[in-house]
Design a protein around this ligand. Structure first.
Ligand code: ADP
Length: 161
């Protein structure tokens, strides 16, 4: 079975990596899909997010990274995904996730499966990482070491330094 794991990954965190590693044991292949919604402004370009994911997934041979600006249902179809995979941090993630799962099933005929995140990452999000990095606070326990410098560099660039 091939799962597609979509997200913004701006930036990828240890929580994302944990989900991908666990999913890689459950599925034959995990396609990590970096998506951009046109109306949103991102700290990292699509290419930068893809590159960070590629570097942190070197040790996961059955994970592959793609990027797209289109509709998830179309990307899932193009990649031949059997299921969409999403991570759940707590109950507050559920209403929106259930809505998206229903929409993707309706328009793409593809089911969504959820993995519950490991408790140590349940309070972690990409936006917390961005806020900490902007204020030069340590982010070592939040993201893989290979991408710490990329994140600080992007924050400096963002404030025009
Ligand atoms: P999106 O903007 O689509 O929610 P994210 O990059 O924030 O994209 O998240 C991608 C996926 O990873 C989502 O399923 C999200 O619930 C999950 N996720 C986010 N943070 C964590 C975490 N700390 N632990 C586990 N899963 C997470």
């Amino acid at each position: 079975m091939r799962a597609i794991y979509p997200g913004s990954f701006s930036p990828p965190t240890l929580g994302h990596l944990d989900i991908i590693r666990r999913a890689a044991k459950l599925f034959g292949e995990v396609v990590v899909a970096v998506l951009s919604q046109s109306e949103k402004r991102y700290l990292f370009s699509l290419e930068e997010r893809k590159d960070m994911l590629r570097r942190i997934l070197i040790g996961v041979p059955n994970a592959r990274v793609v990027s797209d600006t289109g509709l998830l249902a179309d990307v899932a179809k193009r990649e031949g995904a059997d299921v969409i995979l999403r991570g759940i941090r707590d109950a507050s993630d559920l209403p929106l996730e259930m809505q998206m799962a229903a929409a993707n099933r309706q328009i793409g005929g593809v089911d969504t499966v959820f993995l519950v995140c490991s408790p140590e990452y349940s309070l972690l999000s990409s936006s917390i990482v961005r806020d900490c990095a902007r204020h030069r606070a340590p982010i070592a326990g939040m993201v893989p070491p290979e991408i710490v410098n990329d994140i600080y560099a992007a924050c400096l660039r963002d404030v025009g330094l």
